[in-house]
Design a protein around this ligand. Structure first.
Ligand code: NAD
Length: 244
């Protein structure tokens, strides 16, 4: 077993999750990449991480399946014993106004974004070391709401309530639990936003640009570090000023 800290990041084969994995690896932390479908991409991220001189591996699990999560953390326990950092990053969208939203669309988003955070954290918790870190990727939409995103906004607001409650439960073990709320970040998730809508959004961002995955990863790197040991139960927006 390695003496380095160990982090698991869900949905880390691309986008913000990949960037977080690389940032934590740069901080000399062994990385476990969780992925659901993109095995090839996940293995590419593992290769990049290993080049940084830390351990890395990819584990397949659908975060919306409690059993998959039990199996994933069973494997983590066997190989690493404990976990220092958990980043709940996996997420998905299925946008429609409530009038047109199907029950399947509602369930799909809640099951991945919110129940997924429960499934992962519940199974991870027995492994998390005292002084560990749990970082949940929410969204500014969980604070502000957004047209056509009742399911997504509810899931991301749910993550905030989950974060604050768990922070209160885990304080005595010096485990911090925080949420990061990204604004409009340039990833696969925002690729389908129409050009005109993007222009309107850019005009509403004081810093005048979309965020990069690295903008989120930099904060997660800090929250995961020893320097952030007195910060817990917080929701920190990284949005270029979009939501204030
Ligand atoms: P992305 O679509 O590139 O990444 C999402 C990741 O989650 C993918 O790797 C995907 O495979 C994984 N995933 C989806 N369902 C899964 C499941 N059931 N099990 C395991 N993994 C699963 O988008 P992103 O922008 O990198 O999103 C990362 C996180 O950031 C998400 O939680 C998203 O809601 C949040 N976020 C993104 C933005 C943005 O503007 N891009 C803004 C606010 C919040």
């Amino acid at each position: 077993m390695s003496s380095k800290k160990v982090a698991l990041i869900t949905g880390a084969s691309r986008g913000i999750g990949k960037s977080i994995a690389i940032e934590l690896a740069k901080n000399n932390i062994d990385i476990i990449i969780n992925y659901n479908r993109d095995e090839k991409e996940a293995e590419e991220v593992v290769k990049e991480i290993k080049k940084l001189g830390v351990g890395g591996e990819a584990i397949k699990a659908d975060v919306s399946s409690f059993d998959d999560c039990t199996a994933m953390f069973g494997a983590v326990k066997k190989k690493y014993g404990n976990l220092d950092i958990l980043v709940n990053n996996a997420g998905a969208l299925s946008d429609k106004t409530l009038k047109n939203m199907t029950k399947e669309q509602w369930d799909f988003v809640i099951k991945i974004n919110l129940t997924g955070v429960f499934n992962v954290t519940k199974n991870a918790l027995p492994l998390v070391n005292g002084g560990g870190r749990i970082i949940n990727i929410s969204s500014i939409v969980g604070l502000t709401g957004n047209f056509g995103q009742t399911n997504y906004a509810a899931s991301k607001a749910g993550i905030i309530g989950f974060t604050k409650s768990l922070a209160k439960e885990l304080g005595k073990r010096k485990i911090t639990v925080n949420a990061v709320a990204p604004g409009f970040i340039d990833t696969q998730m925002t690729k389908s936003v129409p050009f005109i809508r993007k222009k309107i959004i850019m005009a509403m961002i004081p810093l005048g640009r979309a965020g990069l995955p690295e903008d989120i990863a930099n904060l997660v790197g800090f929250l995961a570090s020893d320097k952030a040991s007195y910060i817990t139960g917080e929701v920190i927006c990284v949005d270029g000023g979009f939501s204030f």
